[in-house]
Design a protein around this ligand. Structure first.
Ligand code: SF4
Ligand code: SF4
Ligand code: FES
Length: 255
């Protein structure tokens, strides 16, 4: 499928002053007509201050209401609009059009669903396998004994130990850019390991040994080939591969 969409003259969509026309090529998939899957092009006006998400909303609002994608916060917080933009995993709401636009040229931007998870429709994937891996590493504080009567004290140095991995918004950009995950989805993937790291290195937690045992298994950290795709893809700037290496080291020195 490759088609430019014409808008009926009676419903001409707005073109903001100063905007540049951009072609957005979307890889479309409709589960009710899987044989028709393919690229579809739309021409959309873009301002340098637009986020890529604004352009998708424009298509949905003015050109083609059947286009399907997830978004919620539009500010890089909820992690719901991960997609593959020009071949790279990104959050649509964090991509500024000024980084794509070339003066005097009409550019084309491609967008596809993230890889390695089943596509439900257009840019929406089934996130359940991703969350299954997240849940499997027990991403919550584990303690024994009685409930504390006071807050659990932690020094700033101990807090710093896992500060980077607290920033994860579970967008899946890392896991779905990992070649090992593409080849075999049974690998936990980087996001699950990042969230295990957040608790393994928390001085208040007592579940590190249990989590390390889980990550020492056949689907765990040893599958990582240290290719850094995950670190490059993370919209929160988390040192994902470094966190994975720290978990590997913790496993080596805990034996
Ligand atoms: S560093 Fe490891 S987890 Fe990250 S993309 Fe490469 S193989 Fe996957
Ligand atoms: S580590 Fe980064 S890329 Fe991976 S899920 Fe968390 S925020 Fe997204
Ligand atoms: S819409 Fe929430 S992170 Fe993009």
């Amino acid at each position: 499928m490759t088609a430019a969409v014409d808008t009926p003259a009676s419903v001409q969509p707005p073109v903001p002053p100063g905007s540049t026309m951009v072609t957005i090529k979307v890889y479309r998939f409709n589960p009710e007509d899987p044989d028709a899957a393919g690229w579809q092009s739309y021409r959309v006006p873009a301002l340098p201050s637009d986020r890529f998400l604004n352009l998708l909303l424009y298509i949905k609002g003015y050109l083609d209401g059947t286009l399907t994608f997830r978004r919620s916060c539009a500010h890089g917080v909820c992690g719901s609009d991960a997609m593959r933009i020009n071949g790279v995993n990104r959050l649509a709401c964090k991509m500024l059009m000024k980084d794509f636009l070339v003066e005097g040229k009409e550019i084309t931007v491609t967008v596809e669903p993230i890889r390695g998870l089943p596509v439900e429709k257009d840019l929406v994937v089934d996130m359940e396998p991703f969350f299954d891996a997240f849940r499997a590493v027990k991403p919550f504080l584990m303690t024994s004994g009685n409930e504390p009567t006071r807050e659990r004290i932690q020094s700033p140095t101990d807090r710093e130990r896992f500060d980077d991995t607290t920033k994860c918004i579970l967008c899946a950009c890392c896991t779905t850019s990992c070649p090992v995950y593409w080849m075999d989805g049974s690998y936990f993937g980087p996001a699950a390991i990042v969230n295990a790291h957040r608790f393994i290195f928390d001085s208040r937690d007592e579940g590190a040994a249990e989590r390390l045992e889980i990550l020492n298994g056949v689907d765990g950290v040893w599958r990582c080939r240290t290719t850094f795709n995950c670190t490059d893809a993370c919209p929160r700037g988390i040192q994902v591969t470094k966190a994975i290496q720290e978990v590997k080291r913790a496993l080596l020195f805990s034996r």
